[in-house]
Design a protein around this ligand. Structure first.
Ligand code: FES
Ligand SMILES: [Fe+2]
Length: 344
């Protein structure tokens, strides 16, 4: 079993679910239908009719109901079958669809894939920066044909940015920076602080460092199963660290299947919020980095593994891996404990 079920996953950016019609996305191998009811609240149910398994997103939305495109059963937003046009119209309770808890929080829709009684809204991480009233936000979605844990490794280990994002996001100072790993319960923090770094040109423009040396912090917080906040900040060299211009971001990985991942990312800033040119430059730079630098590397890594498991290959562990390995071990334990509990 490669997924933790009793956990909140990002299902979508809130704006992805339309007011009318429906939206569907496969999460943890289950195709899920999202419907925004007329009161604006989003609901989620299995996108598979209980009769002959037709996908409901092909059906017609009638008010707050969805009609199956095959033989016309109708379902309410809670997944309950509310209309059977056949025979005496009676509704067998087996007609109802599985529904899932959904929460809208700070621009994101979160879904609980496990036992609904254990779903606690307060367990959803509270990310800084997803707040359009106070930040300008670049954000996106990237579909990636790779396992979600490799995507987590990529963010937890920012030692890669000097090599994969040469001249764009990284420099030698990143490799030489101080790295500290903390664990609080099942949350892992992987903090990095560079010293006397000359930022690559794009970042120099963003942070306005004028080509002068800076100290840069890149602090990642990982929440199981695969959601991360990355706060990057810059201050002139020698100033007290972690006080300066900051850009809080998120990197949120939701497994579609064992081999494919939905990747939601954002990068926010509370300075030069109205600078459209800067906003567009950041958008292009970040998309380029994720789509054309990280993604091909992670795909190539997957192909080179020839279908063998990560731990089976006995990976060499380098100094930069501490945070990522810690996260992998915690997740493995959580999944193991959950599987044991289920078996009892
Ligand atoms: S498959 Fe949906 S009503 Fe028959
Ligand atoms: Fe990267």
């Amino acid at each position: 079993m490669s997924f933790l079920r009793n956990a909140w996953y990002v299902a979508a950016w809130d704006e992805e679910v339309p007011k009318e019609g429906v939206f569907h996305r496969r999460i943890l191998n289950e195709d899920i239908l999202f419907m925004r009811a007329n009161d604006g609240v989003v609901h989620a149910m299995r996108n598979r009719c209980s009769h002959r398994f037709a996908p409901l997103h092909l059906g017609e939305r009638c008010g707050d109901e969805i009609e199956c495109p095959y033989h016309g059963l109708k379902f309410g937003p809670d997944g309950r079958c509310v209309h059977n046009p056949h025979g005496d119209g009676s509704i067998n309770k087996r007609a109802h669809l599985k529904s899932y808890p959904v929460v809208s929080k700070k621009m994101l829709l979160w879904i609980w894939m496990g036992d609904p009684v254990s779903a606690e809204e307060s367990d959803i991480p509270d990310f800084v920066g997803l707040d359009p009233d106070n930040y300008a936000i670049n954000k996106g979605y990237m579909y990636t044909p790779c396992n979600y844990e490799f995507m987590t490794d990529n963010i937890m280990d920012l030692g890669h940015i000097e090599f994969v994002h040469k001249g764009l996001l990284g420099s030698e100072a990143v490799r030489e920076g101080d790295v500290e790993i903390f664990q609080e319960g099942n949350v892992v923090r992987s903090n990095r602080l560079t010293h006397d770094e000359i930022l690559p040109p794009t970042l120099d423009v963003v942070y306005g460092s004028g080509g002068k040396p800076v100290d840069r912090w890149l602090d990642v917080t990982w929440y199981p199963p695969s959601n991360m906040q990355l706060v990057v900040g810059v201050t002139p060299s020698g100033n007290p660290p972690r006080i300066g211009k900051e850009t809080p971001g998120v990197h949120l990985m939701t497994p579609e299947t064992e081999e494919t991942t939905h990747y939601f990312w954002a990068n926010a800033r509370d300075f030069r919020r109205d600078d459209e040119e800067l906003h567009a430059q950041l958008e292009d730079g970040l998309r380029f980095a994720f789509e054309h630098q990280d993604k091909p590397m992670i795909i190539a890594q997957k192909e080179a593994m020839d279908g063998e498991g990560f731990w089976d290959l006995e990976p060499l562990i380098l100094a930069c891996d501490a945070g990522a390995i810690r996260a992998r071990r915690i997740l493995r334990k959580l999944i193991k404990d959950e599987t044991k509990e289920k078996a009892l």
